[in-house]
Design a protein around this ligand. Sequence first.
Ligand SMILES: NC(=O)c1ccc[n+]([C@@H]2O[C@H](COP(=O)([O-])OP(=O)(O)OC[C@H]3O[C@@H](n4cnc5c(N)ncnc54)[C@H](OP(=O)(O)O)[C@@H]3O)[C@@H](O)[C@H]2O)c1
Length: 315
Amino acid sequence: MPRPLMAPPELLHTDLTGRRYVVTGANSGIGRVTASQLVAQGADVTLAVRRPDDARSVAAELDGPGSVDVVALDLGDLASVRRCADTLLAADRRIDGLLNNAGVMNTSEGRTKDGFETQIGINHLGHYLLTELLLDRLRASAPSRVVNVSSCYHDVAQKRTGEVVLDDLHFERRAYDGWKAYAQAKLANVLHARALAKRLDGTGVTAVSLHPGWVRTRLIRHSLPVWAQDTILRPFLRAAGMIEPWEGAQTSLYTLLAPEVEEHPGAYFSQIGRYRDRALDGGGWPMRSPNPQVHDDGLVDALDAHSRQLVGPAA
Ligand SMILES: NC(=O)c1ccc[n+]([C@@H]2O[C@H](COP(=O)([O-])OP(=O)(O)OC[C@H]3O[C@@H](n4cnc5c(N)ncnc54)[C@H](OP(=O)(O)O)[C@@H]3O)[C@@H](O)[C@H]2O)c1
């Protein structure tokens, strides 16, 4: 297996005093480790989470000169997304980076509160609205970043090719398949970053997407018991390429913090992964996605317009 890509040590010692980051899904896994590192570097970090009580315990454990606060966010409920944005904007503070990190994978068929298919609803549409609502503040805080945590599964997920089907985003006409729905949602994360990059050209807000690696987190819980992953299977999974949360946070930290990322608006940054072209498995910061839909400008614009229509006004 290729070795995980690691952020330059000096980047992870940069003083972030005075900078503020919002991390969705920061209660666990990659989001939690990313938030922890930002606080350790002196940043003010908002944990935007579905379970605020748990996040308060997480916040108490984050150690460093930066500050931590918690805001409730259920990405499966657009009213909750709007309340979260209102809270974030009410505090008259800058936003240097929004890490759209929360996600679910391979869930059984279901709907969000607003009637969207669960995975496109939580992974893409909830984040789409949150980003829209925070855009003015991100612009006012420029140079700033929007980072979408996607997946190499936007290309191929468990043999299902990633495909956004605009006229059946919610699997009303197709048979539901949890991996297909995940691949579609993660492809939407990549297309969303591309659309933002087009719209934000010249504003100083840089939007990108990334694959964090195959990381030992709770994400697997709808496919495999987490205890099995973390105990009996762990050495085998590591040998097969699974990495630890600290390694999984590297691409998020790099894309949030590295100055050179500004030169790649809309780009996709990949930790080691699994692609249809195995030559790409070593990843790259940035890397050209092998999924042709990523490079379809018409689809980028169409998904952007469709998503905006689905989530309603961003005001
Ligand atoms: N782990 C991997 O191998 C891997 C690979 C590729 C991409 N990714 C991506 O990495 C991101 C982080 O996942 P992870 O691996 O760190 O898994 P994780 O530990 O399960 O973290 C996901 C977070 O998202 C939150 N979340 C789920 N549904 C939510 C909702 N409706 N509203 C708000 N928050 C919600 C979860 O909160 P609760 O605890 O409340 O459920 C959890 O804290 C995801 O976007 C995932 O697709 C992970």
